[in-house]
Write a protein that binds this ligand. Structure first.
Ligand SMILES: [Zn+2]
Ligand SMILES: [Zn+2]
Length: 354
């Protein structure tokens, strides 16, 4: 096959197809040979539901968007990269022309072409084309496996920047899935000296503690949000967190976060769960909490994520629990569906025979 691709045909129906090798369109385009791809919650959600909100899979679509690879071809105007360079792929390319793009908030661009978000094909294939400024070169000490984790790490960088986490502060992160775990690490890298991870699953909290968290908490059955908040504050010796990030999307977490935050604290929503929840509006108001949403990543987030890995401040390798070959991509999706593993990497496809 010239360009083997892992294609979702319809819900729970995937197959391998030989797609044409994509051509460079702009003189600034780069063709990348994909080497490592992480599976994300969104990929699995399309696989099982065929849609996320208004994004609906209507035609066969290549899955995957968390990839790293090796540059195989560069357009005539590319000066920053050469064939053979190892890069992390930023999988969403905005229009570059709208008000959001011009304001430097390209993650809000309505014309974003994002890998494996319908109708755009993803990166679980041999060759993928991107503009050179959406390929971030990996330093020699960052592996391609780590490069595939730059995508979720960039999500965490964006969230933690929006939270405005300060040196010496206390941050609490709800949800210890990949993004929540990485938020713990980024909050610590940004200078938080106390990092609390909250999740229902002890093994995930153990990983959070290993990665960056200083404290962990498992919410108890029957406790209200106010009860949980009181127990967390007691665990912290009476200190209330300055910053809260929800990476779970669970209503109980959102409510506990608002109850646990100190007066004037910052709250950022990153997790997506039920589209509507009840919200403790009085507590929120009288504490004068600042709350923001966070979506994907923007200028500089990928570069900072690579720097955090290269400098050893965030050890993304600790998240990798499974590795499978490209031919076993469907197994990887089934593992995620069973709730197994934290980050599953798909290697390949193998290089074409010379
Ligand atoms: Zn992702
Ligand atoms: Zn735009």
């Amino acid at each position: 096959m010239a360009n083997p691709s892992f294609v979702m045909q319809k819900v729970l129906d995937v197959s391998f197809e030989d797609r044409p090798i994509p051509k460079l369109i702009s003189p600034r385009d780069v063709r990348i040979e994909i080497k490592q791809t992480g599976i994300c919650g969104s990929d699995v959600h399309y696989y099982t539901h065929g849609a996320i909100g208004s994004f609906i899979v209507k035609a066969p679509m290549v899955l995957g968007h968390e990839s790293a690879g090796i540059v195989a071809e560069v357009g005539p105007e590319v000066t920053s990269l050469k064939v053979g360079d190892r890069v992390a792929l930023e999988p969403g390319v905005p229009c570059r022309f709208c008000d959001h793009c011009k304001a430097g908030k390209y993650n809000l661009c309505a014309d974003m072409k994002f890998a494996a978000t319908p109708p755009y094909d993803g990166t679980l294939c041999r060759y993928y084309v991107l503009p050179d400024d959406f390929c971030v070169k990996l330093p020699d000490n960052v592996s391609l496996e780590e490069g595939a984790l730059v995508e979720p790490l960039s999500v965490a960088v964006h969230v933690t920047k929006l939270a405005d986490v300060q040196v010496g502060s206390t941050a609490i992160i709800f949800g210890a899935g990949p993004v929540g775990l990485l938020c713990c690490a980024v909050a610590k890298a940004f200078g938080a000296t106390t990092v609390v991870a909250v999740d229902l699953v002890q093994s995930r909290l153990d990983l959070a503690l290993d990665l960056a968290a200083t404290h962990s908490y498992v919410p108890q059955k029957g406790d209200s949000a106010a009860d949980s908040a009181a127990k967390i504050i007691a665990m912290l010796g009476g200190k209330q967190p300055d910053f809260a990030i929800d990476a779970s999307g669970a209503g109980a977490s959102v409510n506990t976060a608002i109850h646990v935050l100190k007066q004037g604290g910052n709250y950022v929503q990153a997790g997506m769960g039920a589209p509507e929840i009840s919200f403790p509006i009085t507590e929120f108001t009288v504490k004068e909490i600042t709350a923001r949403g966070s979506f994907r990543y923007g200028p500089g987030d990928y570069q900072l994520a690579v720097a955090l890995v290269a400098s050893g401040k965030v050890d993304v390798k600790k998240l990798i629990t499974h590795r499978v070959k490209f031919e076993e991509a469907e197994e990887a999706f089934k593992l995620v569906l069973k709730g197994q593993g934290v980050k599953i990497l798909i290697e390949g496809p193998a290089a074409p025979a010379a």
